[in-house]
Ligand binder design. Structure first.
Ligand SMILES: NC(=O)c1ccc[n+]([C@@H]2O[C@H](COP(=O)([O-])OP(=O)(O)OC[C@H]3O[C@@H](n4cnc5c(N)ncnc54)[C@H](OP(=O)(O)O)[C@@H]3O)[C@@H](O)[C@H]2O)c1
Length: 256
């Protein structure tokens, strides 16, 4: 039986779930790639490689050197650099590529969202009046909060924010999802939160805060998704398996 080597670019729950499904297949030899940002990453069902490749060139080289047959970009929708690199590298190396991206959240009746393009715009949209803001951004994205030091920020992250941003009123909460609506409701009330600054990540694991904010009438400043590179894209693990099998069945089709 021919074995196909698959490289999954991960760092998401979906990547892990996809890897779990691929691990069980004798026709595939799957490697999962992580950036290495999280100090204590969850265990993975397939062999893992950790760290950057050295840009698109480095990734293209890796694909060729390691005989990768199909590249799967299952990184976070806000991880724009690695996704752009994946598209370029796949083209350069002549390796078919597919993406797995969870759908974005859509506002429903009762939601009070202000949609913005960036963290900077989001911080400005919080307004002049001091507010108590629940922040669920990545650790590397917090610098613009310093533009609005009048607010009290509650910042939640998986690993400690080091060094912490220069903010006069900030509290830190270390936690790893998933977060239930009930727990988020309790947190928002206990902390007297009156605004949330979040990215439109999509998925169930962090939707609890969206539903809880709706029921409490709390406004969300929602950072919209960056545009993803053009690539055959699945929105669920099941769809990704179908796309993958389709690609495996048509080996002549190279590139993205
Ligand atoms: N951004 C978010 O909101 C977010 C949220 C949850 C999880 N994550 C995960 O965290 C990781 C880093 O996110 P980011 O936003 O910092 O990425 P990014 O800005 O798009 O990528 C920055 C650099 O990190 C390296 N890199 C990123 N993902 C990698 C992977 N899976 N394997 C190997 N190298 C990787 C690449 O370095 P080289 O150029 O040297 O190859 C890339 O150019 C991603 O894997 C992503 O899935 C991100």
């Amino acid at each position: 039986m021919t074995t196909h080597r698959i490289l999954i670019l991960g760092g998401t729950t979906e990547a892990r779930l996809l890897a779990e499904r691929l691990a069980a297949r004798p026709d595939l030899d799957t490697i999962l790639s992580l950036a290495g940002r999280t100090r204590d990453p969850v265990s993975q069902p397939v062999p893992v490689r950790v760290g950057g490749f050295g840009g698109a060139e480095g990734l293209a080289h890796y694909l060729t050197e390691n005989g990768v047959g199909i590249l799967i970009d299952a990184t976070h929708p806000f991880a724009t650099r690695i996704s752009a690199n994946a598209a370029i590298a796949a083209r350069q190396a002549g390796v078919p590529a597919i993406a797995l991206r969870r759908p974005e959240w859509r506002s429903v009746q009762g939601d009070r969202w202000t949609i913005v393009k960036s963290v900077e715009e989001g911080v400005a949209a919080l307004g002049e009046q001091p507010r108590r803001v629940f922040v669920t951004l990545g650790r590397q994205e917090l610098a613009p909060l310093a533009n609005a030091p009048q607010h009290v920020y509650l910042i939640r992250s998986v690993d400690p924010v080091e060094p912490p941003p220069d903010l006069p009123h900030a509290g830190y909460l270390l936690a790893r999802g998933p977060f239930s609506e009930a727990a988020e409701h309790d947190l928002l009330r206990a902390q007297r939160i009156d605004a949330i600054l979040a990215k439109n990540s999509g998925g169930d694991a962090t939707y609890g805060k969206i539903a809880a904010a709706r029921s409490l009438g709390i406004g969300i400043v929602m950072i919209r998704r960056p545009t993803a590179p053009d690539m055959p894209t699945a929105t669920t693990v099941e769809e990704a398996l179908l796309l993958l099998d389709h690609r495996l069945a048509s080996p002549a089709k190279r590139g993205v």
